[in-house]
Design a protein around this ligand. Sequence first.
Ligand code: NAD
Length: 532
Amino acid sequence: MILSRNAVCTLRGARSLSTRASTILSALDIPIAAAELPGVYDGQWSGSGDVLESVCPTTGEVLARVRSASPHELHVALEKSKEAYLHLRTIPAPKRGELLRQIREALSAKRDVLGALVSLEMGKIKTEGIGEVQEFVDICDYALGLSRMMNGRVVASERPGHTILEVPNPIGVVGVLTAFNFPVAVYGWNFSLSLAAGNANVWKPSPSTPLCSIAVTKIIAGVLEKNGLPGAISTLINGGKDIGEAIVESRDIPLVSFTGSEAVGRVVGKAVQSRFGKSILELGGNNASIIMPDADLSLAVPAVFFGAVGTAGQRCTSTRRLYLHRAIAPKFLDTLQKLYSGVCVGDPLVEGTLLGPLHTSAAVGVYSNAVQRLRESGADILTGGRKYDQVALSQGNFVQPTITIPKTTDPADKIWSTETFAPILNVCFFDELEQAIEWNNAVPQGLSSSLWTRDLRNVGKWIGPEGSDAGIVNVNVGTSGAEIGAAFGGNKSTGWGRESGGDAWKQYVRWSACTVNFSDAAPLAQGVDFST
Ligand code: NAD
């Protein structure tokens, strides 16, 4: 893999990153001189629990130390969230929409610098960091409109003088547990719909991205304060597994929206179910692209490149499996490898960089183990397969994007059936679309999928009952990069959750069927006679 000169030069001069970090943090009102930052907000900032370190994945620099919640602070924050909900539920939905409008404006004003913080702390390239904040802005717009459209229904009653209403009301306090890879947008998707619905929200972010959560919460808190509203409408509780477990187990939280790995999601889902709470689970993906011989390769190759290499393979929707029709496979792989060899790797904050680091050094270990397993099983490694060893990249978690042709095509094999959260693309070849669809569907996960073809018959099959069983079924669009308008989420072990657009808002309310009798009689349904 050739390192672009631009990126190497930039990293050679990267001594200025500390200055850049401080510029970004200052612009977001995050104190840079403080030894430790409070990581809990419930109207006031506090934090006296364990210390979380925010480590820059590009340089290994410690960006900040953040105090998580003590058990007492957690208790107080949950109590304040309950109180905040009691207040919020009395505010009419369109007025809550006006709050969202103001939050949208405040986020928009800080969009680029907040995007830069995402890039600094999480490691994705700046345009993706900014895009993530834009997603929060977009979903605020969506929820603002929704605040005047969260309609129930009037249903015909079989009894004279009766009418039935299906009524949505706020559900209470919503717990939002988020993953490291979308440290801003996932809270945004949940918070916006949930606030429009009238709920208070408790956010527990990933312990490795506390700064993004603090920056977002400061922006929201400013708007709440200006409107004289309780800050605990948007409570922030930084912490690790123990705090996550406490939120999941709390009977004060009727709805838990969890985004993260399948392994943790399995535990969370069971825990919420065991107390008869509601959960939204957005878990791991293992997404495939299928390329038919009639596909427009000038579109398909760059789309697979972005899907597999973008965000260094750390999107839930990243392309991890590539099924190529045998007729176009050599040409496709040749062109794809050329893009891989020219990828600009380096500091994600620098314009032109396309490949940043993995988020943590532990993730580098996961990548290396997966590559080793592939090698041992006889896979052909076409490109990549190692950590970058250039001095300029040595402080960060930089790994080479990798294309492999595994020896086995058995979708049940671990190589094909597990999500490795790194830029590894496994390829195999097919002759008939039916075979590729079977492979697409044969893994436990069901998040995103993509078919490249210009034949309408293939499209019909792909999006119909014999087609992809994923939650996202694209045609001539890659697996990653969804818009907010449609409900986002995956099936099977991805958890069946839906967030963002579509009908996702309906999960953030409690539904009641209300039969109202405005007659002078009280007949029973189904003609039941219980007269004395
Ligand atoms: P993770 O499962 O390690 O952590 C997610 C969150 O769960 C964190 O906030 C963590 O502190 C918390 N947590 C850990 N143990 C817990 C427990 N026992 N109880 C409650 N909370 C607990 O995930 P991650 O490594 O941060 O994120 C990567 C994963 O997230 C990938 O699998 C990715 O596919 C998935 N993801 C899915 C979507 C989606 O929409 N489907 C979106 C983004 C990420």
